[in-house]
Every structure is written in structure tokens, then in C-alpha cells.
Design a protein around this ligand. Structure first.
Ligand code: AKB
Length: 323
């Protein structure tokens, strides 16, 4: 069929993002709007988000744990794909275990069940390196390995992965997932994660030339710049279904570093920057996670390749956050 205005419009899919005002959701919404058109990407969250996000397209107040409310929005906008970005992260989840379990699991069941009932055709759900635990091999953690997470957040993500795989095998639900490492971004602040230090440090380097880190100097964790994470998310969702051979969640990697290494990197730009260490309860969470990740399955199956290393990330963060 030759392409003309009418069938291009007919082919256009409509996307709903749950948790659109968070750290990943904000940038993902803007990126998806630039590809699919503002009116085809419906942002939603329990509260309004940044000015950029609110001004760029449709927004709905929506609680990801409320099935009926999501179903209403899905029907109203004739939604094809849902990206579920609402979640309680590792550090906050340790303080509110039952609330974390309820948010992280019920929101996932809601979208999986909508897909099972053919009300939507595709789902993106983020998992995390938190699915691994103290008994997992720490360096170059393989795609398939021992997984005994010791955090509330990790337990919810590991259970979520099992449910994704189950809904794919049992009901044919097209659900796709990535195990995000710590994500570094400047547009929106993170909330309640263990890897958040790698963002706070840039803000404090610029404002105070000093930062007190809540992890030890040598705590090496896998990290990724947000642009890479958004590219990966859009790539896995665009891939042909037969390329998605892992239906739990894919390992994804870009770089690994310690607080001491990121501090040295910042000193290349701000020579009198100082870092102090006062580890708190988040040290225990970091100690249970891998130091580096083997993402060869994502590379082989859907062509993943990171573009940002620590030098490039530091340059982008300091340039964009500078007053
Ligand atoms: C967290 O620190 O909780 C998150 C994650 C690694 O999933 N950034």
C-alpha cells in the first residue's frame, strides 16, 4: 500500500506511560513524543511533572495500582503500548516494605492483565541489577545466574521478572524488560535509590565543591547515562518479537565505577573538589549488588551497545547542571 497521510495516521500507535514524572519517565516521555508525535504519547502519574513534560502533550492523573482507572484511560485513548515506569526504589523500599511490594507488584499485574485481555498489545516493564544478591557472581554477572536478592526492591523485581516470563509463556503477552543499572541524569532528580549518589555528587560538586558520600570509596556499581537507557528502552520495544529471546529481563551495561573514581573524574573539571565518606544503611544494599554486568545477550539479540563512558557522562552532567 503506498504511504499517504491517512494510512500513516492509521499506522500510528498510541502509548501510555505510567509513572511519567519520575527520573526515567520524564525523559522517556519526551523522547517517545519526539518519535511518535506529542498527541500519541499519553503521560500519567499520581502528580503533575516538570513544565517541559506537562507542556508537551496529554497528561492524566493516574494511580498505577488502580486497574479500573488505567483501563478507562487505555479505552479512552485507544492505547496500544504501556510503559510502566512507576516503582518504589531500593532505599525507600527498605523503609516501607509492604508499600513497595504493593506498588511494584500490583502495578505490574495491572498492565500484564490488560495485555492478557488484549486491551493493549505490548508492555515495557523495567527490572534492575537489584534482582541479584550477595550469592551472585560479582564481576561480569551473567544473564542467567544465582539470584537471591536480599532487598525488598530486589525481591519485587525478581518476582516481577518471573511473572513477565509466565505471562509471555502462558498467555503470549508481549512484555519486554531491561535490568537497568544505576541511571545518571540531569533533567529530573532520582528518588530513593542506592545509586543516587552518582547524581547528587555532580550537583554538590558544582554548588559546594564538596560531597559526603553515603557509600564507601571502593563500592563499585554498574551505571549508565540516561541517554543510553532511553535508547535501549526504545530499541528493545522496536525490535521484532522474534529477536526478544529473554522474556524475563535483559542484563544491560555501560560502565562501572566506585565513588573514589567518579570523584577523581570530577576533579579533572573542578580540581579543588573534595569527597568525604559516611556510609549508611545503603552500603548494605550496594554490597549485595554486582560490580559489573555481562550484557552480551542484549547485544546479540537486539543490537544493544552503550555510547557513554564515565568521562563523557561527567562532561555532560557538569555542562548541563552548570549555573
Ligand atoms: C536503585 O538504586 O534503587 C535503582 C536501581 C539500581 O534499580 N537506581
Amino acid at each position: 500500500m503506498p504511504l499517504n497521510f491517512f494510512n500513516v495516521v492509521l499506522m500510528q500507535k498510541t502509548i501510555l506511560i505510567l509513572g511519567a514524572c519520575g527520573q526515567i519517565g520524564t525523559e522517556l516521555t519526551l523522547a517517545l513524543r519526539s518519535v511518535y508525535g506529542n498527541s500519541h504519547v499519553i503521560a500519567s502519574d499520581i502528580r503533575e511533572g516538570s513544565k517541559d513534560l506537562m507542556a508537551s502533550g496529554p497528561f492524566e492523573i493516574l494511580d498505577a495500582t488502580n486497574y479500573a482507572a488505567i483501563e478507562d484511560v487505555v479505552m479512552h485513548y485507544e492505547i496500544d503500548e504501556v510503559y510502566l515506569m512507576a516503582a518504589m526504589l531500593s532505599a525507600t523500599a527498605e523503609k516501607f516494605p509492604m508499600r513497595a511490594w504493593s506498588l511494584n507488584m500490583n502495578s505490574l499485574f495491572n498492565v500484564l492483565n490488560l495485555a492478557k485481555e488484549n486491551k493493549i498489545s505490548k508492555v515495557f516493564w523495567p527490572s534492575s541489577i537489584a534482582v541479584f544478591g550477595p550469592t551472585t557472581p560479582k564481576e561480569m554477572t551473567p544473564q542467567t545466574t544465582i539470584m537471591e536478592p536480599s532487598t525488598v526492591y530486589g525481591i519485587s523485581k525478581q518476582s516481577g521478572e518471573r511473572w513477565c516470563s509466565y505471562y509471555f509463556n502462558k498467555y503470549g503477552v508481549d512484555v519486554r524488560s531491561i535490568r537497568y543499572p544505576g541511571l545518571i541524569s540531569w533533567k529530573t532528580q532520582p528518588g530513593g535509590g542506592t545509586t543516587d549518589y552518582a547524581i547528587e555528587i555532580y550537583h554538590k560538586a558544582l554548588s559546594d565543591k564538596a560531597y559526603t558520600c553515603f557509600l564507601k570509596a571502593d563500592s563499585k556499581l554498574p551505571m549508565m547515562f540516561m541517554d543510553d537507557a532511553i535508547r535501549a528502552t526504545m530499541a528493545i520495544m522496536k525490535s521484532a518479537p522474534e529477536n526478544i529471546k529473554v522474556r524475563s529481563s535483559y542484563n544491560l551495561a555501560a560502565m562501572s565505577f566506585t565513588p573514589a573514581e567518579i570523584a577523581e573524574n570530577i576533579k579533572d573539571h573542578i580540581p579543588d573538589f573534595k569527597i568525604l565518606y559516611e556510609p549508611d544503611f545503603r552500603q548494605g544494599i550496594a554490597d549485595s549488588w554486582p560490580s559489573s554486568i555481562d550484557d552480551s545477550r542484549a547485544r546479540a539479540d537486539w543490537g544493544w551497545k552503550a555510547e557513554f563512558d564515565l568521562d563523557r557522562t561527567t562532561g555532560e552532567m557538569l555542562r548541563n547542571l552548570a549555573p
